[in-house]
Write a protein that binds this ligand. Structure first.
Ligand code: NI
Length: 219
């Protein structure tokens, strides 16, 4: 594929994603997508691996079919596939992009199937945006939208859980730190992402310490 065509496809994809996720208030808005793309391209550059076009396209589209952002799994899937058909992208690239998007979600922290290098990079980039100051902001935004309390000390932290329990079980936003955010640094695929994650992870721990201090009325 010639460069100009790739550029045009990326522009069209940007416009589509802005239209679909532009108004999202759960932390999956356009700026999240833009950060994921930036981080993914940075990781690819640093590690010097992966097809940049596939990485960029998958980063842009990664949240489009997400079940929690759509009426159902099927509606989300259709949204992604209809767009890719419209784009008239060659079959091979299309399949690669779809495979990446399917393999990167968290699903309660269980290991997913073997992934391509492009998938590993996009997954790392998405996970970096779920930790650190931005991760904290996004987690509270999502919790509010889902109707969760900031914190409920009467709920037990779930160590092991199925995908369904992860999506629907009783939780609070602070619980989500233990059920997902604090686990992410050990689930990263690349050294570059691990380097980027360390200060962000530390910040999560500092935030929790301060949160409990204030919760308990300590100065
Ligand atoms: Ni995402």
């Amino acid at each position: 594929m010639v460069l100009l065509m790739k550029k045009e496809m990326i522009n069209k994809t940007e416009n589509f994603v802005k239209e679909v996720l532009g108004e999202d208030s759960t932390g999956h808005d356009w700026y999240h997508i833009e950060r994921v793309r930036k981080n993914a391209l940075y990781i690819a550059e640093k590690e010097n691996i992966g097809d940049r076009f596939i990485i960029e396209m998958a980063a842009l589209l990664h949240d489009i079919p997400d079940e929690k952002l759509n009426e159902s799994k099927e509606t989300g899937e259709k949204k992604l596939m209809d767009f890719l058909e419209l784009l008239a992208l060659e079959k091979e690239s299309q399949e690669k992009i779809v495979a990446i998007i399917h393999s990167i979600s968290f699903k309660g922290g269980r290991k997913t199937e073997l992934m391509s290098v492009e998938a590993k990079i996009v997954q790392d980039a998405d996970r970096l945006d779920a930790i650190g100051a931005i991760g904290i902001g996004r987690t509270f935004a999502y919790g509010g939208k889902k109707g969760h309390l900031l914190y409920d000390p009467s709920i037990k932290v779930r160590e092991e859980m199925t995908e369904k329990e992860y999506r629907t079980g009783k939780s609070s936003t602070i619980h989500h730190f233990y059920e997902k955010l604090l686990k992410l640094k050990d689930l990263l695929n690349t050294d570059t992402a691990r380097d980027m994650a360390s200060s962000r992870h530390q910040f999560l721990e500092q935030f929790l310490e301060q949160f409990y201090r204030e919760w308990n009325g300590q100065i």
